[in-house]
Design a binder for this molecule. Structure first.
Ligand SMILES: Nc1nc2c(c(=O)[nH]1)N[C@H]1C(S)=C(S)[C@@H](COP(=O)(O)OP(=O)(O)OC[C@H]3O[C@@H](n4cnc5c(N)ncnc54)[C@H](O)[C@@H]3O)O[C@H]1N2
Ligand code: MOO
Length: 417
């Protein structure tokens, strides 16, 4: 329990100790990016009626069978149907109906021929005109059938599916305006350290700004959670115990930073052990070896290390996965690509090392350049990176040009790869 375990063991352990939260019903727009907690069915057929995919003329396909350049078939235009209108009269032999995209195809027609390939014999193509067709048309040509996408009562989004932006439109079209989704975890974030002051203040001798709480809150927000930053906790067992015991009453997940190692003022391990069940203390990774996890009153409590990059890595590699599971997601790993190292990279520590690095693309594929400064104490190199280049466990250094796995961090248009 307290020995060093691999990252995969740590992830599995934490995932095994959290479960999807209860569900809540939200407006369909607020469901974007979230996981459906129910099978959602359409209330009507989609499309509700057969409609035209083109602006053109609704015809009987059989009438155009003999149509050719030399012997066009000529028909009288007897009506016009715009989107939102209905024509339910007959279409006799020698007749057709002018129809707009989206308008219901009359039962009396079985194909639509688009404007561009129809000639005008007389008039302007509107009712009262005569038009000519120089080629046959396929049956049901340019007709979008009723129920093409879904039938009334059919499940259109299943439990566990992530609702996309397009999915919001799909659901709206199917009459699903309220969506049950898994609740967002309420995450408490408490920084421990008697050296810490609020970031709004200028530090006096020996003090530093508490930057971890805001970074971890930002990570939690990006992971879909509702973060709350608790007051800074001084380095005593009693103060941290009180913070943890209070937090587990209100929040779904408690994250602390600092005090995770074995120093004289490191209390997260004894507090979790003293108030609940200590399940993990050390992970074979760098930055972020000191990672504490346990359950207090059944609630997950995670003690991230104090070094900023170590706290960030612990959150992104382990905590984020748990918070995703709590929201019903079923995939937890960020995308990984193989890239060529741009420079010789030494390995002096046998832990798995996550190098803050920049991934670019050239003719030969991905190229990765580790940041100059890999200090665990810095956020800056992460701000300027777009991936973590992964040096596996062991002491094998890598030469420039060798291939290495890179985990993408925030993938957006701003990440130029
Ligand atoms: N004898 C050993 N000492 C340390 C070891 C070790 O193996 N043996 N490991 C080092 C590593 S690596 C890490 S990581 C840290 C983890 O220890 P803690 O979690 O107890 O971290 P702290 O001592 O509380 O803080 C470390 C560092 O980070 C600064 N810090 C803390 N909280 C914040 C915050 N909220 N915002 C910004 N910066 C913060 C703190 O001032 C320290 O400089 O242990 C090493 N020591
Ligand atoms: O374990 Mo420390 O996290 O390498 O910075």
């Amino acid at each position: 329990m307290t020995e060093m375990i691999s990252l995969e063991e740590a992830q599995a352990l934490v995932l095994a100790n959290v479960a999807p939260l209860s569900t809540e019903v939200v407006e369909v727009l607020d469901a974007v990016g979230r996981v459906s907690a129910a099978d959602l069915a359409s209330d009507i057929d989609i499309a509700p009626f057969a409609h035209s995919a083109m602006d053109g003329f609704a015809v009987h396909a059989a009438e155009l069978e003999s149509a050719s350049e030399d012997e066009p078939v000529k028909l009288d235009v007897i009506a016009e149907i715009g989107a939102g209108e209905v024509y339910d009269g007959p279409i006799e032999a020698g007749q057709c109906v002018r129809i707009m995209t989206g308008a219901p195809v009359p039962d009396a027609a079985d194909a639509v021929v688009k404007y561009e390939i129809v000639g005008i014999v007389s008039g302007d193509g509107k009712p009262g005109s005569r038009v000519s067709f120089t080629a046959p048309t396929k049956l049901r040509n340019n007709i979008r059938e009723a129920g093409e996408e879904a039938h009334a009562g059919e499940v259109i989004v299943h439990t566990g599916e992530v609702i996309t932006s397009a999915g919001v439109g799909f659901l709206a079209g199917c009459g699903v305006l309220q969506v049950p989704v898994y609740r967002r975890p309420k995450v408490a974030i408490a920084a421990t350290g008697s050296e810490l002051i609020d970031p709004s203040e200028v530090p006096s001798a020996g003090k530093i700004r508490n930057s971890n709480s805001l970074a971890i809150a930002a990570c939690a927000k990006a992971a879909g959670c509702i973060p709350t930053i608790l007051p800074i906790v001084e380095d005593t067992y009693e103060a941290l115990e009180k913070t943890v015991l209070d937090a587990v009453e209100t929040y779904d997940f408690v994250v602390t930073t600092g005090g995770a190692a074995n120093g004289d003022f490191d209390f997260i391990k004894p507090v979790v052990e003293g108030t609940g069940e200590l399940l993990m203390t050390t992970v074979n990774m760098r930055p972020g070896k000191a990672q504490t996890f346990g359950l207090v009153k059944g609630k997950p409590v995670f003690g991230l290390p104090g070094n900023p990059a170590a706290a960030y890595c612990g959150f992104e590699m382990i905590v984020r996965q748990a918070l995703r599971k709590m929201q019903g997601y079923s995939h937890f790993n960020r995308p990984v690509v193989r890239a060529r190292l741009s420079q010789d990279t030494k390995k002096k520590d046998p832990r798995r090392i996550f190098l803050r690095a920049t991934l670019t693309k050239d003719d030969e594929g991905y190229l990765v350049t580790p940041a100059q400064n890999q200090s665990s104490g810095l956020f800056g190199p992460i701000q300027r990176s777009n991936c973590m280049a992964i040096m596996p466990e062991g002491l094998e250094s890598r030469a420039a040009g060798s291939m290495i796995d890179c985990m993408l961090l925030d993938v957006s248009e701003e990440v130029l790869i």
